[in-house]
Write a protein that binds this ligand. Structure first.
Ligand code: F6R
Length: 327
């Protein structure tokens, strides 16, 4: 399997170790101390790095995790919070600006990256950085970034068992559904329904479809989607429906079955993707891998290179050299 997917189990374990081995509690940056119980954890990052925050938020139910994808950290965040700045390349302007914004305001920041300016800016100020191994592109480095963040957070929060989430990666790799699903979706816009507790899988799938298969995709999160997106099924559109079915809680599981029934009443273009795993982390990692493989197969069907993301590079070039906007 190309694009490094077969390396995920090994990279997941290694990266978790990297985060766990960081001696973060002993760090001090001027008056900023890292030996504390954070009232919240703010995870900042964009795109393939930003999705890490979404997966961590869904997986660490009960912890106060806020995902923020912009040039600064929300105004209400103060030194009782921990900021985790995730950037695969370490060159993403939004993430560098938000990490520096936090440090300037006396908020402890830890970086997770392969290096770049994020690493040098943070290390230059004495802030901790976990350096993870490289991948073909940021999104292919998901296990590297995700498990390193979980390793860092294990110093502060209780983390779900990571072993099942790693062993299920083999099941996703061996699954035969990616080829079938890609064929099903070809030449259509996928509309992805998922429950709110597993929303990161739907967003990761959308992002992979955008970047790997150069395809637009719609994400419909239940219960909110029951009040708007669902109405679109009444007309015939060039859309294929994907229902992500997992286990969250009785009410949301029931609602997802109801959504499936309603969509199937209007359309026969529906596929259900069943997530494996007992924890949200396992389900989201399994889903991210399985559906990532779908996006690669779809790129193959379209005869395009999954790796190239030229418009992202153009936009990054356009904002290079401007000053961080002040919060
Ligand atoms: C490209 C990709 C993008 C990047 C995003 C942020 O593969 O996945 O979504 O992740 O442009 O860049 P990094 O991850 O380097 O901070």
């Amino acid at each position: 399997m190309p694009y490094g997917y077969e390396e995920w189990p090994k990279l997941s374990l290694e990266s978790f170790k990297l985060g766990k081995e960081l001696n973060i509690r002993s760090v001090k940056v001027g008056s900023i101390k890292y030996d504390f119980e954070p009232s919240s954890v703010v995870i900042t990052g964009m795109g393939g790095s930003g999705i890490v925050g979404d997966i961590v938020r869904d997986s660490l139910l009960g912890s106060n995790i806020i995902v923020h994808k912009d040039f600064s950290i929300p105004k209400w965040v103060d030194s009782r919070s921990l900021v985790v700045a995730v950037s695969y390349s370490g060159e993403t302007f939004e993430t560098i600006c938000s990490a520096l914004d936090a440090l300037r305001r006396g908020i402890p920041v830890v970086g997770v990256t392969t290096g770049g300016r994020l690493a040098s800016e943070l290390e230059g100020r004495g802030a901790p950085v976990v350096k993870v191994p490289k991948a073909i592109a940021p999104r292919f480095g998901l296990p590297n970034l995700l498990y390193a963040v979980l390793g860092v957070l294990s110093h502060y929060l209780s983390i779900p068992d990571i072993n099942e989430s790693i062993s299920l990666q083999d099941d996703a790799l061996r699954s035969e559904s990616p080829g079938r699903l890609a064929y099903f979706m070809k030449d259509h816009v996928p509309m992805i329904f998922a429950p709110i507790g597993l929303q990161a899988v739907a967003y990761r799938f959308k992002n992979d479809l955008n970047e790997n298969a150069k395809t637009p995709a719609v994400v419909a999160i239940v219960p909110e989607a029951d009040h708007n997106d669902i109405v679109a099924v009444m007309l015939k559109h060039p859309v294929k429906y994907i229902i992500i079915r997992g286990r969250t809680d009785d009410v949301h599981d029931y609602l997802m079955r109801a959504v499936e029934e309603v969509v199937k009443n209007y359309s026969s273009d529906v596929e259900v993707v069943e997530l494996k795993g007992s924890s949200r982390l396992s389900q989201e990692v399994y889903g991210s891998m399985l559906l990532g493989l779908v996006s690669i197969k779809l790129a193959e069907l379209y005869g395009i290179d999954p790796v190239r993301t030229d418009p992202i590079n153009t936009l990054k070039e356009k904002i290079r050299g401007i000053n961080c906007p002040l919060n």
